[in-house]
Design a protein around this ligand. Structure first.
Ligand SMILES: Cc1ncc(COP(=O)(O)O)c(C=O)c1O
Length: 389
C-alpha cells in the first residue's frame, strides 16, 4: 500500500520543546510579548509593515471583512467559488454581498477577465483566494484594480510563500489573510494572521481582535482624539467597533516562531515535489498545465482532463485501496456556491453557471504534498494514477 497522508509531522519535537520550555519559564500566556515577536517576524518574512495574530484563518477573514465594511460601507465583494467557507460567511457576516466569478483552471483562482467584468460602483473589494499554493494574481488585474481604486484582499491561507514576479503573495493587496491550521504550510495548531501596510486598516484589525476596545490601538493620537469625543466613557473601556475576541495565546506564538524557521526550507521541497508530480502525470488523462511559477503547494491537484464520472469513481476507489488520503473538490470541497448556506442567501444565483469550479468540484481532488514525502512515493503515485483506465 502506498500510504500517503494529507499531512504528517507538521508539529515537530523542537516546536513542542519550545512550547514546554516557555510554559515552564513564563507567567503570561495570553496575547503578549511573544505574539508581538511572532507578528514582527511574520511581517519581516512576508515583507509588510504590520501583522495581527489571531486564533484562526477564519477569524482573519471575519475581521478583514468587518473592516472593509467599516471603511468602505455596505456593497458587493467579488469572491471565488473555489475557496473556504469563511471567505463567504465573513462577507455575509459583515453585511456585504458576495458576487461570484468563475476560476481559471491554471491556478484555480478567479479569472482576471471575469473579475473585471463584475466591477461596478457598488464593488467594495475583490477578495481573491490563492488556492492550494498557486499564485492567483496577474499584473494586469493588479493594475486594473489600482486604476479603479478597488481594494484587493488576498486570502493566502493555503499559499504561504507563493509569489508573483519574486514578490510574496499577501503583499499585493490592501490586506491579506493567512491560516496556521495543522494541515497548512506551517502550523501554530490553530491560528491566523492579518497583514497590511495600511496604518488605519491595521489599527482597526487590532480593535476588532479584542472586543472592539480602543485601548488596543497603538496610535496614541487616534486614541486621544476618540477619547475626547467620548468624554463620558473611560479610555480603558471604550468599545469603538462591534469587535470579537479572536486573540490567540503566547503558546501558539512560540510554536509559530519555531515553525517559521523551517518554512522556506520546507517550501522549497514542496515546490520540487510538485514539479516531479506534474512531470510524471499523464497529460492525456489529467489536467497538468498548472502555473508552477511562484507556486508552493501543500497538495497535489488531481483533475481529470475530461468529465468522466466512472473514471473519477475508479480513481477514488484506487486511492482508498492504496491508503492515499485525499479531499474531493479542493480545500473547501469544490464549488462553494453549491453549499446550502450560500444558496439560502443567494436564491437567484445559478451555481452551475460556474463551469470551471464545477469541473474541479466533480472531477478534481487533492492528495498531500508534505516536505518529507519521498520521491519514490511520488513516482509510485503517478504510476498508480496513470494506470487508471
Ligand atoms: C482559503 C482559506 N481561507 C480560510 C481558511 C480558514 O482557516 P482556518 O482553518 O485557520 O480557520 C482556510 C482553511 O483551511 C482556507 O483554506
Amino acid at each position: 500500500m502506498l500510504n500517503i497522508p494529507l499531512m504528517t509531522n507538521n508539529i515537530q519535537k523542537e516546536d513542542i520543546d519550545e512550547a514546554v520550555n516557555f510554559l515552564q519559564t513564563s507567567n503570561r500566556f495570553t496575547n503578549g510579548p511573544k505574539v508581538i515577536e511572532f507578528e514582527d517576524a511574520w511581517s519581516q518574512w512576508l515583507g509588510v509593515k504590520h501583522s495581527v495574530f489571531v486564533n484562526s484563518g477564519a477569524s482573519a477573514n471575519y475581521i478583514t471583512m468587518a473592516v472593509i465594511r467599516d471603511l468602505y460601507g455596505p456593497g458587493e465583494v467579488i469572491v471565488p467559488p473555489i475557496t473556504w467557507s469563511s471567505d463567504l460567511s465573513s462577507v455575509f457576516a459583515a453585511g456585504l454581498t458576495p458576487v461570484f466569478v468563475d476560476v481559471n483552471l491554471h491556478n484555480l483562482a478567479m479569472d482576471e477577465e471575469a473579475v473585471l467584468e463584475k466591477l461596478n460602483e457598488n464593488t467594495r473589494a475583490v477578495f481573491l483566494t490563492h488556492v492550494l499554493g498557486f499564485n492567483g494574481l496577474t499584473s494586469r488585474l493588479l493594475e486594473e484594480l489600482r486604476k479603479r481604486n478597488v481594494p484587493l484582499i488576498e486570502d493566502v491561507c493555503e499559499s504561504h510563500g507563493a509569489s508573483m514576479g519574486g514578490k510574496k503573495c499577501g503583499t499585493f493587496g490592501l490586506a491579506s489573510n493567512f491560516s496556521f491550521y495543522y494541515a497548512h504550510h506551517m502550523s501554530t495548531i490553530e491560528g491566523g494572521m492579518i497583514c497590511t501596510d495600511d496604518e488605519r486598516f491595521y489599527q482597526m484589525c487590532r480593535l476588532y481582535r479584542s472586543h472592539g476596545m480602543l485601548r488596543e490601538s497603538t496610535d496614541r493620537e487616534f486614541r486621544e482624539e476618540i477619547c475626547r469625543e467620548h468624554s463620558d466613557l473611560r479610555p480603558e473601556f471604550l468599545f469603538l467597533v462591534p469587535g470579537y475576541n479572536m486573540r490567540s495565546t503566547e503558546i501558539n506564538a512560540v510554536i509559530g516562531l519555531s515553525q517559521l524557521r523551517r518554512l522556506d526550507t520546507n517550501n522549497k521541497k514542496r515546490a520540487e515535489n510538485l514539479k516531479l508530480f506534474l512531470d510524471n502525470l499523464d497529460p492525456q488523462k489529467y489536467f497538468t498545465e498548472f502555473e508552477q511559477e511562484g507556486a508552493v503547494n501543500y497538495a497535489f491537484v488531481v483533475m481529470l482532463r475530461n468529465p468522466d464520472e466512472d473514471r473519477f469513481y475508479r480513481l477514488t476507489e484506487m486511492l482508498r485501496a492504496e491508503d492515499v488520503e485525499f479531499r474531493r473538490g479542493t480545500a473547501g470541497g469544490g464549488n462553494m456556491a453549491r453549499q446550502p448556506f450560500v444558496r439560502q442567501r443567494l436564491k437567484n444565483f445559478d451555481a452551475s453557471s460556474l463551469k470551471n469550479a464545477d469541473m474541479i468540484h466533480f472531477y478534481g481532488l487533492y492528495t498531500g504534498n508534505y516536505p518529507g514525502l519521498e520521491r519514490k512515493k511520488i513516482f509510485e503515485l503517478c504510476k498508480l494514477l496513470n494506470s487508471i483506465g
